[in-house]
Design a protein around this ligand. Structure first.
Ligand code: NAD
Length: 513
């Protein structure tokens, strides 16, 4: 049963019961087999999407190549004006799109709206950036010469995205890529294809309003094989891939084999260090939101709490009490804190992880388990769990995309906690709860956290678009969104201009004829 105004939202977004899944902008292609999108909220079949055929893929890439030739010649601030209009459309469609994100992916309606807000924010950021895209100037060693560098567009940016941020990740990439003069081909997750259709319909309005050519914003659909067409394709100079580390390792090798560029945003295993001086109330709020928000399906979800032994029992008791108050259920009902996992396969991985932590010697403080009965018919709702564990456990080292929080104890100095925090293969987000300035600075120093994101007195999740987002080690090293992340979408060119009648060579070399 589809309720909560989802039908109206789908209608507003132009999503029908069977959707063509391949588009070059305003034009859509028939496609092959169908992906069926079921909602994890209530198990209902929402709609179907046809997958891209190899012939259609070729047509899409050829159209994108053609569009690039004219799009790159449009002055960047004019491209920014297109992105500004896109941001306006997103404001108009914020509620229905937020609702679809919630219903197709399973995050709360508030988080769905928050995701669309992120899209709006990155558009605003990109509009300002379209008047910048700065290069440096430098002094030449040769008299009467000028040297500077400039950034030029790359061409086609292939975007492969994960299910858990089904719309925002696309816009982080596209808004920047477009103002940089690139054109985009997006393959959304096969678990959330309708979000892709809705976004494409929104940008198609802007393309139509401005009479822009087909090929600037393209959509393809299918599983990993359709993604592989792009990663192996020389016509796609940059692949921006968001998803599991397993996927990233395959994508990185395919792209490197053809010496393409890749931007990888992969798995995390994020920890909060809780020091003796921590504000316990803030710690509990930050840790619970970080661990159970989006049902633990954020790349920045809090997976490990590293607590000093002197306050360990106090924090543990406060957490267990807080978990007792969590309401689990339909994410479109704003009274609930925790929604479903994406599908029953994810539930299986959650159950395996809980068994494993006990097998390895851990102890469950808050038992998890699958919820059944009224309101839980989709089979995707699980109870958030807390386990006492040790950092070296195999399961603790692994990112389980579910609401499982591991409590780890440290004793002695902060260095011991930092060693545990850094002692995993992933390096995305990290945080410290402390009121001690020395500890905070030590954690942020070059001897501290080895992650791409390091926070003080806030949790691990919930980044703002103004900063560069991404992580180190097996998180892939890529950076998206704010700061100078735009540079990956461009190629750098160094220019030297001689404004004299002589031709002096660099390094004093003489070449007389
Ligand atoms: P996934 O790796 O299963 O799939 C992600 C995307 O990659 C999908 O579109 C899929 O079709 C595609 N894909 C898979 N194998 C591929 C291949 N060999 N070649 C080309 N494309 C391929 O990930 P998921 O389950 O959708 O998402 C969850 C994962 O994503 C978690 O590990 C999470 O931490 C990570 N994630 C990371 C970030 C970040 O910014 N670091 C953000 C969101 C999600």
């Amino acid at each position: 049963m589809i309720d909560f105004g989802i039908k109206e939202a789908l209608q507003l977004l132009g999503v029908s019961s069977i959707n063509k899944g391949t588009s070059t902008g305003t034009q859509w292609y028939q496609g092959g087999s169908e992906i069926i999108s079921h909602s994890p909220v209530d198990g209902a079949l929402i709609a179907k999407v046809t997958t891209t055929t190899p012939q259609e893929y070729d047509k899409v890439i050829a159209t994108a190549q053609e569009a690039f030739v004219s799009w790159r010649m449009l002055p960047a601030p004019k491209r920014g004006e297109i992105v500004r209009q896109f941001g306006e459309k997103l404001r108009k469609y914020k509620e229905p799109l937020g609702k679809l994100v919630s219903y197709e992916m399973g995050k709360s309606y508030q988080e769905g709206l928050g995701e669309v807000q992120e899209m709006i924010d990155i558009c605003d950021f990109a509009v300002g950036l379209s008047r910048q895209l700065h290069g440096l100037t430098m002094h030449s060693e040769r008299p009467g010469h000028r040297m500077y560098e400039q950034y030029h567009p790359l061409g086609i940016v292939g975007i492969i995205s994960a299910f858990n941020f089904p719309v925002a990740v696309w816009s982080w990439n596209t808004a920047l890529a477009w103002i940089c003069g690139d054109v985009c081909v997006w393959k959304p997750s096969e678990k959330t294809p309708l979000c892709g259709i809705a976004c494409q319909n929104i940008i198609a309005e802007v393309i139509k309003d401005n009479n822009l050519p087909e090929g600037i914003s393209c959509l393809i659909n299918g599983d990993y094989q359709v993604g592989e067409w792009m990663t192996n394709d020389n016509r796609v100079p940059l692949i921006s891939a968001t998803g599991s580390t397993r996927m990233g390792k395959t994508v990185a090798q395919a792209v490197a084999a053809r010496l393409g560029k890749s931007l990888l945003e992969l798995g995390g295993n994020n920890a909060i260090i809780v020091t003796p001086s921590a504000d316990i109330k803030m710690t509990v709020i930050g840790a619970v939101f970080g661990a159970v928000g989006t049902a633990g399906q954020r790349c920045t979800s809090t997976r490990r709490l590293i607590i000093h032994e002197s306050i360990y029992d106090q924090v543990k008791e406060a957490l267990v009490a807080a978990y007792g108050q969590l309401r689990i259920g339909n994410p479109l009902d704003q009274n609930n804190h925790v929604g479903p996992l994406i599908d029953t396969a994810a539930v299986g991985m959650y159950e395996t992880a809980l068994n494993k932590v006990v097998e390895e010697g851990g102890k469950l403080l808050v038992e998890g388990g699958l919820l059944t009965g009224e309101g839980y018919e989709s089979g995707c709702y699980v109870k958030p769990a807390i386990a006492e564990a040790e950092n070296h456990f195999q399961i603790v080292q692994h990112e389980t995309f579910a609401p499982i929080l591991y409590l780890l104890k440290y004793s002695g100095e902060l260095e011991n906690a930092i060693e545990l925090q850094n002692g995993v293969v992933q390096g995305l987000s990290s945080a410290i709860m402390t009121t001690n300035l020395r500890e905070a600075e030590r954690f942020l120093s070059h001897g501290g956290s080895d992650c791409g994101i390091a926070n003080v007195n806030i949790g691990t999740s919930g980044a703002e678009i103004g900063g560069a987002f991404g992580g180190e080690k097996e998180t892939g090293g890529g950076r998206e969104s704010g700061s100078d992340a735009w540079k990956i979408y461009m190629r750098r060119q160094t220019n030297t201009i001689n404004y004299t009648a002589d031709l002096p060579l660099a390094q004093g070399i003489k070449f007389d004829l």
